[in-house]
Design a protein around this ligand. Structure first.
Ligand SMILES: *Cc1c(COP(=O)(O)O)cnc(C)c1O
Length: 400
């Protein structure tokens, strides 16, 4: 096939994405990320219910000041991987703080959690081993598992009976090490993984446990230490991966927290660590400050929880079908993909910015508006959003 035909096939794919209604538009903002944002093309600021900015720290002046100060001390960039000449004392301090917060011996940072999940499996497990993964795990886990030679098993999401079946299957085929991998929180549904049950099964079958806590670090569990702390299994969970790009100020960066020897081995062997640039000084300084804020008290977490309770209860009263539990991700179930998209468009016109999710991100026929609360929202703003949902819900015949 010719070069011309290559570009034609790209166009064909783009046309197909559009015609299937799966095109993901990007709406530029011209303000910081916050409870309210200015969207280009909208005459007034809109309420923002679709960011991972759970604690409202993305526009924190003290995080910006810490990032600026780190940049003034260390400069803009490292221009090196960690083992050549890219390691700052600040990188080691951040990793020690993250490990202390999560409750492990050490931690290792990456450019993103996507990289952390791409890094974690291949150095630790080989062809004699098995990875048992929840069917709804994040794309980066799926990709990371693909890079590793271990046998792959999948269990129906949050289905402990199926997890046990897969554990038995793995043990029956003479597997050496077994690693169970789960998201701490399933971000399309707003459910928290039952880590107590997973760890119990892991004990029975002598398996390791890994949790991706991106939608939990900083705000779920005691002191925001995540889902292992929530379920009181910090000691039993072997590996935690997470992000600095969500509740922790929303900047960039990922990390793996684990026992000392595991982290030591990852520093020697993890490819996205060995062959990719060190985290920029500003991100390191900002992350240190976000961790300090997260550890300073429960005020933001209390506000977030109260906002989530207020929204969930008012939306239920209004007659919407919601899913999820115990988490500020509150999906509003619509069903039809086109209807969900239309709802999101009309809500934006009403001053409420939300995003519709449909196939292939969620199963066919389960399109939804995934709302995410954050600590920056006021009661009045939550109420305004619920009123807009109700108006549009009636207009579109979703509410009777
Ligand atoms: C957001 C997310 C990631 C990716 O994190 P980044 O730091 O943005 O790369 C990985 N896993 C889960 C479960 C996530 O929600």
């Amino acid at each position: 096939m010719s070069r011309t035909q290559f570009y034609q096939s790209v166009d064909t794919t783009l046309t197909q994405i559009r015609s299937e209604g799966l095109w993901k538009p990007e709406r530029p903002l011209r303000s910081p990320q916050g409870g309210e944002v200015e969207v280009v093309g909208q005459s007034a600021p809109v309420l923002n219910f679709c960011a991972n900015n759970y604690l409202g720290l993305a526009d924190s002046p003290s995080i910006a000041a810490a990032a600026t100060s780190a940049m003034q001390t260390y400069g803009y960039g490292m221009a090196s991987v960690r083992f050549i000449c890219g390691t700052l004392d600040a990188h080691r301090e951040l990793e020690a703080e993250l490990a202390d917060f999560i409750g492990t011996d050490d931690a290792i940072t990456f450019a993103a959690c996507f990289d952390a999940n791409g890094a974690v499996f291949e150095p630790l497990l080989g062809a004699e081993d098995a990875i048992i993964s929840d069917s709804l795990n994040h794309a980066s886990i799926i990709d990371g598992v693909r890079l590793c030679k271990a046998a792959r098993y999948r269990f129906k999401t949050r289905d402990m009976a199926d997890l046990e079946t897969q554990l038995q299957a793995a043990r029956a085929s003479d597997t050496e090490h077994i690693l169970i991998v789960t998201d701490g929180v399933f971000s399309m549904d707003g459910y928290i993984a039952d880590l107590a049950a997973i760890c119990q099964l892991a004990d029975t079958y002598d398996a390791l446990v890994m949790v991706d806590d991106c939608h939990a670090t900083g705000f779920i569990g005691p002191d925001g230490r995540g889902t292992p702390a929530l379920h009181d299994v910090v000691e039993r969970v072997d590996i935690v991966t997470s992000t600095l790009g969500k509740a922790m100020g929303g900047g960039m960066g990922g990390f793996i927290a684990a026992r000392q020897n595991v982290v030591d081995l990852l520093r020697q062997r993890a490819r996205p660590y060995l062959f990719s640039n060190a985290l920029a000084p500003a991100l390191v300084g900002g992350a240190m400050e976000s961790l300090r804020l997260v550890r300073a008290g429960d005020d933001l977490r209390r506000q977030l929880e109260s906002n989530a309770t207020r929204f969930r209860s008012a939306m239920t009263t209004a007659g919407f079908e919601l899913t999820g539990e115990g988490h500020p991700i509150i999906p509003v179930m619509i069903g039809d993909a086109a209807l969900a998209a239309e709802m999101a468009t009309r809500l934006l016109a009403e001053g409420v910015y939300v995003t519709a999710f449909s196939y292939p991100v969620v199963p066919i026929g389960t399109a939804r508006i995934r709302t995410q609360m954050n600590a920056a929202h006021t009661d009045a703003e939550i109420d305004r959003a619920v009123a807009a949902f109700s108006r549009v819900g009636h207009e579109l015949g979703i509410l009777s």
